[in-house]
Design a protein around this ligand. Sequence first.
Ligand code: FES
Length: 77
Amino acid sequence: FLPKKKKQKDSLINLKIQKENPKVVNEIDIEDLNSANVCYCRCWRSKTFPVCDKSHLKHNELTGDNVGPLILKKKIL
Ligand code: FES
């Protein structure tokens, strides 16, 4: 007998991105980065996910959270 799996809807991180998929995975080929800095969303609130659109600012203000993007920097030689 296995205990019933607990539902933790109040702790969901992803509220609406690709909910039809069992797992959201994004793959970025580092060779395709064509600008010096690219910011990727880690708050799951961006309307341009996986790219940050600064929605984390509103999320942090509303919740007291402190999340921010992953910034990839490319050295221009
Ligand atoms: Fe999600 Fe910026 S919008 S980290």
